[in-house]
Design a protein around this ligand. Structure first.
Ligand SMILES: [Zn+2]
Length: 236
């Protein structure tokens, strides 16, 4: 799955991360620690071969440079609950990073039926059982979220604080389930990544830069940067 190389990582570091006043986690940004010239670094660890192992290598690479970030772990991924999972999560946290949940509960129930709240609550219990504190969530972009051009649902619609009027009102039925939101606080969560106010946004979703690297030097102010370790398995 890898599309980015060690050279690409060096470009990211030299153009975006090293010049920033700080590279911080999403939790820190929500706490008000994001200065104008900081980078808020987020990783969605999706379900492709080697993604979690790459996340751990990236976490060490970042820690060695004094960077902190957030790793959102996907409860429907094959690495979830693997034998080393508890140690994996504790290692991410011990390196100074935030561990969050990458929510796909609506997506799972859309296809299989059931109550997304039951699925998400069980996933959060499992993640917290590893010993790490979890207060943040990011929605997974399941392929089922769209039907052609039409937005069907977003996985963070499970939370009251995350309305998506462009997808539809709540409560509403989608696939084999229903979206009937609860507050973030009912899960012991305090922040949803997509709700972070930001100046600039950059992502490598789908293995394609949302903004061409030649335009990165024009970024000024706070940058909200989303990297998927899935695409960097050959880079480090
Ligand atoms: Zn995802």
């Amino acid at each position: 799955m890898s599309v980015f190389t060690a050279y690409d990582l060096e470009v990211v570091d030299s153009v975006l991360l090293r010049p920033a006043s700080a590279v911080i986690s999403v939790r820190e940004a929500f706490a008000g620690n994001a200065r104008a010239d900081s980078v808020v670094l987020r990783h969605d660890v999706d379900d492709n071969a080697g993604s979690m192992d790459c996340a751990l290598r990236l976490a060490k690479w970042e820690a060695a440079r004094g960077y902190r970030s957030t790793y959102y772990l996907l409860h429907t991924a094959s690495y979830w609950g693997r034998p080393s999972f508890n140690a994996d999560c504790r290692e991410l946290a011990s390196l100074g990073h935030e561990v969050g949940i990458h929510a796909d509960a609506i997506g799972w129930c859309f296809e299989h039926g059931g109550d997304p709240h039951v699925i998400l609550a069980a996933a959060l219990r499992r993640l917290r059982d590893t010993g790490v504190a979890v207060t943040g969530v990011a929605a997974h972009g399941n392929a089922l979220c769209r039907d052609g051009q039409r937005l069907v649902f977003v996985n963070d619609e499970i939370f009251e604080e995350c309305p998506r009027p462009e997808a539809g009102p709540r409560p509403r039925a989608v696939g084999l389930t229903e979206i009937d939101p609860l507050p973030l606080s009912s899960y012991g969560l305090t922040h949803a990544a997509e709700r972070l106010p930001h100046g600039w946004r950059l992502s490598d979703s789908g293995g394609v830069w949302s903004v061409h690297p030649q335009a990165w030097r024009a970024f000024s102010g706070q940058l909200h940067f989303l990297m998927h370790p899935d695409w960097w398995t050959q880079a480090l």
